[in-house]
Write a protein that binds this ligand. Structure first.
Ligand SMILES: *[C@@H]1O[C@H](CO)[C@@H](O)[C@H](O)[C@H]1NC(C)=O
Ligand SMILES: *[C@@H]1O[C@H](CO)[C@@H](O)[C@H](O)[C@H]1NC(C)=O
Length: 499
């Protein structure tokens, strides 16, 4: 006997399930502390934050066009970045909020992530936006937007002696013309760090790591790459026009000769290198006192603090740093460094890419390579060159100038903000055994010790350690000796510089 069952049409069921899970999500997020606020930065200075977008000489690094719009896929027209820098503002007991952690509009990133996993159906894209909003909307990046940059020891604030007073008269939130503002203990200029994010990442995704480095006295420029590796970004042209840059896959492109995946990655890395070069050019302009000439194309973003950067940057101390795809990019930059356009004195390389092409081995400056525990434990054959670990180890070893180490118990996203904001979810998803905050403190203090080493040649804390685990996951387990970091986590040291 046939039995008939009444079934709702598929679309109705999807609707029902979706709204049920949304309600559930709302309930869970409002009842349990799933979302944690970002902690204060670890250094002694307050942090200024500025989103900046400036016009650069327009050029395409590759001739491929996008099938969807016919636009050139790899055309550089503006440079977008976030500056994190030590500010002259006195420390405040309440943690100031610079701005929402999620880039605005949220739908740009939501749609971007949906497209990234191949979803072109608008309602589903809206759903991803909703999830992002539910988890990220209440998170804010600590800091003060457009705060005055930290001045040298002898700076005077009223009619200041540096000849760059333009910005100072109108400092935001500084009513007493400088009294109470902080200066440095010594007459020094500020070293710079240029940061390049990972695949599917954004410059905002690393705010705690980067803001903390800034709070130790560094000017950090985190590039928002428009190479089609991120979820989404908007180019704002000086004439008021806009262009949306979405994540690019091979099938989105049309070229005279069909591109291969490795050609796509090569084009993206070239694009990234051009953006890094423009970032260094921008820092030079600021340092040369041209800050007041720059137009900030980022909507609603100010620029009052820019003239204050005149003569404040140490352009002989520019370090590149990157994570994952960005770490591959940071190594790539060293191919042409140090040189006039790339005056780079070293690199911080976090989890260098396993699938973003060969790693540049032509390295003449010190590099600090840190693998997460996950990156070291899960080994892959690397483009026919052997195990990834071994390729990286040999690369650093050959330079005789760098370090290679592993932070035990951490995972690939451990240096991002994600494990701080949604610690439980990230712990479940990545299986980390190390506390998220401790992992970041270790990443930060080791990176800052390396930046100090680049300045004065002094090795402190972890950098003084001998090699403890030469073969890492490839050797015998008993030869993998660990050493405690400053915050109590276990490290393995695989390579140290000669002498
Ligand atoms: C800054 O001030 C200190 C002491 O007040 C002085 O010794 C030093 O020469 C000054 N440096 C500059 C660059 O003016
Ligand atoms: C600039 O950086 C270089 C290299 O780290 C350092 O030797 C020099 O003392 C720094 N200059 C100033 C003024 O801070």
């Amino acid at each position: 006997m046939p039995r008939f069952r009444f079934r709702r049409p598929l679309s109705r069921r999807i609707l029902l399930y979706t709204s049920a899970s949304l309600l559930f999500l709302l309930l869970v997020t409002s009842l349990t502390p799933i979302i944690s606020p970002l902690p204060p930065y670890t250094g002694q200075y307050e942090v200024g934050i500025l989103d900046l977008e400036t016009a650069v000489p327009r050029r395409a690094v590759h001739s491929a066009v996008l099938k969807e719009t016919g636009e050139k896929a790899f055309e550089l027209a503006t440079l977008a970045l976030t500056l994190y820098y030590p500010s002259a503002l006195p420390s405040s007991p309440a943690q100031p909020w610079a701005r929402p952690w999620l880039p605005q509009p949220v739908s740009l990133v939501g749609t971007g992530y949906a497209r990234l996993v191949g979803v072109r159906f608008a309602p589903l894209q809206a759903l991803v936006t909703f999830f992002l909003w539910a988890f990220g909307a209440n998170t804010v990046i600590p800091g003060v937007v457009d705060a005055p940059v930290l001045m040298g020891a002898n700076a005077t604030w009223v009619g200041n002696g540096n000849g760059n007073g333009e910005g100072l008269g109108k400092l935001r939130g500084v009513e007493d013309e400088g009294r109470g503002l902080r200066t440095m203990d010594e007459e020094r200029t500020l070293p710079c760090v240029v940061f390049t994010h990972g695949m599917a990442g954004m410059s905002q995704s690393y705010s705690h790591y980067l803001g903390s480095i800034a709070s130790h006295g560094y000017v950090v420029a985190a590039v928002e790459h428009r190479d089609g590796s991120g979820p989404g970004s908007i180019v704002h042209y000086p004439d008021g026009g806009e262009r949306y840059v979405w994540h690019i896959k091979l099938e989105d492109l049309e070229a005279e000769l069909p591109m291969t995946l490795s050609e796509l990655k090569a084009a993206q890395l070239t694009f990234r290198e051009a953006e890094i070069q423009e970032t260094i050019r921008l820092l030079r302009l600021l340092n040369a006192g041209h800050g007041h000439l720059l137009q900030n194309l980022k909507p609603d973003s100010p620029r009052e603090s820019l003239p204050g950067f005149a003569n404040r940057l140490n352009m002989s101390a520019v370090t590149v740093a990157g994570h994952s795809y960005g770490a591959t990019g940071a190594l790539q930059v060293l191919k042409n460094a140090p040189s006039e356009p790339m005056p780079v004195n070293g690199a911080i390389v976090l989890d260098p890419g396993k699938g973003s092409g060969l790693l540049n081995k032509d390295v003449d400056v010190p590099a600090l390579v840190i693998d997460s525990g996950e990156w070291t434990e899960k080994q892959v054959e690397f483009y026919g060159e052997g195990w990834h670990f071994d390729v990286v180890r040999k690369l650093v070893d050959t330079t005789k100038k760098g370090w290679f180490m592993t932070l035990t118990g951490s995972a690939h996203p451990s240096c991002t903000d994600a494990p701080l904001i949604v610690p439980w979810i990230m712990k479940l998803a990545t299986g980390t055994t190390l506390n998220a905050k401790v992992a970041l403190e270790e990443y930060i203090s080791t990176s800052v010790r390396f930046l100090e080493y680049l300045r004065d040649g002094e090795k402190k804390e972890l950098l003084r350690s001998d090699v403890t685990s030469p073969e890492g996951p490839l050797g015998d387990a008993e030869k993998r000796v660990k050493i405690k970091g400053k915050h109590g986590a276990d490290w393995e040291v695989h390579v140290t510089p000669e002498a």
